[in-house]
Design a protein around this ligand. Structure first.
Ligand code: SAH
Length: 209
């Protein structure tokens, strides 16, 4: 299944034009800024990467936030994906385990005049129960399995986009919840993300072995 075959509300063209208008170099360290316009993942420090713009567009399209949506994002990273969410949704709750990345993202997004983002440093694999339920959940690191806490924190009629699989290759899953709370999982495509750490991440699994 490809992104175009999944039922969504947001228009791809609208997302693409937002991507055109958002300068990706603002989310990169100086040494990588000249590569910003390449459609490639790039390093953002701490062993992490910013995704290629087409994937960010696709994942936002799949998530399809609405103007009144409250969105939980796990893995703020550079804040690039966060900007898309904050532009199309009412409020974004974003979590990042690497403190310096979170602080930098916060500074960048504040400079872009976003005022609808709440930031939390720490392990986001168990979600952020304080503000649940969320209409949308976006995970931008590879999980071992879909965290049950995230499913619990997803509102009825909610959507979650999450890469699930081992460190080198994952299935990008679209998880939808109906009004009665029934959950449906669809595999959209294969992707490659950095590992989700913490509970439901890969590192803890290795430690247990
Ligand atoms: N969406 C980001 C890229 C994310 S890279 C962007 O547009 O730049 C994945 C991010 O997830 C990394 O910054 C990593 O530190 C973070 N991460 C990994 N495991 C996490 C966890 N358990 N909780 C919160 N953040 C996590």
């Amino acid at each position: 299944m490809g992104v175009k075959e999944v039922s969504v509300m947001l228009e791809l063209e609208v997302l693409e034009s937002y991507a055109q208008s958002l300068d990706r170099s603002l989310f990169l360290d100086e040494e990588y800024q000249s590569f910003a316009s390449l459609n490639r993942p790039l390093p953002i420090g701490y062993g992490q990467t910013i995704s290629q713009p087409t994937l960010v567009v696709e994942m936002t399209y799949l998530l399809s936030p609405e103007p009144d949506s409250r969105v939980l994002e796990i893995g703020t990273g550079s804040g690039y994906q966060t900007a898309f969410l904050a532009h199309f949704a009412r409020r974004v709750y974003t979590m990042e385990r690497v403190g310096p990345l979170l602080r930098q993202a916060k500074k960048r997004l504040a400079a872009l005049k976003f005022t609808n983002i709440l930031y939390q440093e720490g392990d986001g694999s168990g979600g952020w129960s304080e503000h649940a339920p969320y209409d949308r959940i976006m995970v931008t690191a590879a999980a071992r399995t879909i965290p049950p806490e995230l499913l619990e924190q997803l509102a009825p009629l909610g959507r979650m986009v999450i890469p699930v699989g081992p460190p080198d290759l994952q299935e990008l899953m679209l998880v939808t919840k109906d009004l009665a709370g029934n959950v449906k999982n669809q595999v959209v495509e294969l992707v490659r993300f950095v590992e989700l750490r913490g509970k439901y991440g890969w590192m803890e699994e290795k430690k247990r072995e």
